[in-house]
Design a binder for this molecule. Structure first.
Ligand SMILES: Cc1cc2nc3c(=O)[nH]c(=O)nc-3n(C[C@H](O)[C@H](O)[C@H](O)COP(=O)(O)OP(=O)(O)OC[C@H]3O[C@@H](n4cnc5c(N)ncnc54)[C@H](O)[C@@H]3O)c2cc1C
Length: 244
């Protein structure tokens, strides 16, 4: 795996938390080249030859390129719709200056009323939740809803189910649990401040609390305290018994 960032998912989770995933990949046998770029890919008789910065060569059967997505708005250029890496929308997902046009999903850049920033998200749950608000706003133009969301995205990597809620990546983060045990949570936010987001691995009960806490802007240290309590034997025993 080659990536110019210092660790997997470090753009979203930060470089230190990304190292946890880097160790997992290494355990699973991935040859990692983080902090490196690809200079070229050449076809060979047996597969491909990938040339890295500095001239190092990786021989492989195949190369899979996953370098992100570009929002597809060129067909809207010149239409009069305002574009800014997406269709620019108000807080109810209505295209600015065009009350009859709405945008939903990856293409929508909307003014988040609660966070006071313009956001564009690329998640399935976001597309589905936005569609519900747009349907409401079309049917009830006199009672429009703002679109507000607690971001949620998941990824299955090896035996880790990774679930990410809210806004992650800040330098203020706290680990609860142990990656070596294949179950942990990282809570983002200053301890006396708001729980901004969390990444949860293989821990459904922690996800429920983290999602609720981030949505209600609960304090980070309160969430951390409750998650630690979930690790106590008295807390986990009934859950295991119930699972059986
Ligand atoms: C490889 C990959 C993995 C992903 N994994 C996850 C994941 O694990 N979890 C998650 O939450 N999200 C994931 N996503 C993101 C998720 O797929 C998107 O957020 C979601 O599909 C967005 O839905 P959408 O309806 O906005 O856009 P899309 O699903 O992209 O649908 C847009 C549709 O519009 C069509 N279209 C484009 N231009 C035109 C045109 N001019 N006229 C007519 N039709 C047009 C396209 O062909 C497409 O069918 C992943 C995305 C990718 C690429």
């Amino acid at each position: 795996m080659v990536d110019p960032f210092p660790a997997p998912m470090s753009r979203v989770l930060n470089a230190e938390v990304g190292q946890i995933f880097s160790r997992k990949y290494a355990q699973e046998g991935v040859e990692e080249y983080f902090g490196r770029t690809v200079e070229g890919v050449e076809q060979t008789a047996d597969g491909v030859r990938v040339v890295l910065d500095g001239g190092e060569i990786i021989e492989a059967d195949a190369a899979l390129v996953g370098i992100g997505a570009v929002v597809n708005t060129e067909w809207l250029e010149g239409s009069g719709i305002e574009l800014d890496n997406g269709v620019t929308c108000d807080s109810g997902l209505r295209a600015i200056g065009h009350p009859e046009i709405f945008a939903v999903g990856d293409i929508a850049r909307w003014a988040s009323a609660s966070r006071n920033v313009s956001l564009r998200l690329e998640h399935w749950t976001n597309a589905v939740d936005q569609a519900r608000v747009v349907a409401h706003n079309i049917v009830h133009p006199d009672d429009c809803e703002d679109y507000d969301t607690t971001e949620y995205v998941w990824s299955d990597q090896y035996d880790w189910k990774i679930q990410i809620v809210g806004h992650t990546g800040s330098d203020h983060w706290t680990m609860v649990g142990d990656p070596a045990q294949d179950r942990f949570a990282v809570v983002y936010g200053e301890s006396q401040g708001q729980a901004e987001g969390a990444v949860i691995v293989n821990w459904p009960r922690a996800l429920v609390d983290a999602r609720r806490s981030v949505a209600s802007r609960a304090k980070a240290d309160e969430l951390i305290h409750r998650l630690r309590a979930l690790l106590e034997p008295s807390s986990t025993a009934p859950a295991k018994a119930a699972a059986r």
